[in-house]
Design a binder for this molecule. Sequence first.
Ligand code: PGA
Length: 258
Amino acid sequence: MTDMKRRPLVLANWKMNMTPSQVLPYLDQVIPEVEKDTGADVAIAAQDLYLAQMVKATTNTRLAIAAENAHWTDEGAYTGETSPKALAEIGVSYVLIGHFERRKLFNETDGRVNLKTKAALKNGLKVIVDLDEDMSTYDTVNPNTVVLAQLRAALAGISAEELDQVAIAYEPTWAIGSGEAASATAAQKAAVLIRQSLKNLYSSGVAEKIRILYGGSVTTKNAAAFLSQNDIDGVLVGKAALDPKQFLELIDIAQATH
Ligand code: PGA
């Protein structure tokens, strides 16, 4: 618990959704509203294919663009992969590393998450490190094991200074895309444990500064409960954010609760 106000971050994760013809109309709808709001940081993570166009459309706006993944080296013989250096050069601001779907479907290990985080930071990208947890019950949170081990592994060798550019997203695996979010108190409990762990790994000053997001079936109905928790500083939103109206509502909620 802290008195320190961390600026909330609302991150949409489009995943492998949206067709090319939907991208600009979505941005056109969202940008004027995002420009009016100043109380939250806002970003959209999208397929690589759309990123250059999205960066161009959001130049000089408050809406930041994120990649959903990036490789751990700047260049080389890695067919089908995306270079963090290239992402930085086109003006992408954030990269999501270690999303549950990457870990589960593409065998992304803790070691790779660490390498990718370091490479992204080296290139000046901000990183959202995703931690997930496979719990058997919806209301029991016991992140001592998997989540904290993922946290330690992801941040190995990363300095306190570099951590300034990192946010952590906590997502119970069963909550992702299921329509069954964690309870806000359970998510707060997890965020406290994550922050405590950051305090042990770095310092209380560092731990108090870092943003911790909740993700997993966030909607306009449950977002306020998450965002009003002391240690939850943002939301990572998949399905609900595919609708620009709901995304804007979520941004309003983030501002109203912080
Ligand atoms: P969801 O996705 O909001 O659709 O559950 C969240 C995520 O994948 O990060």
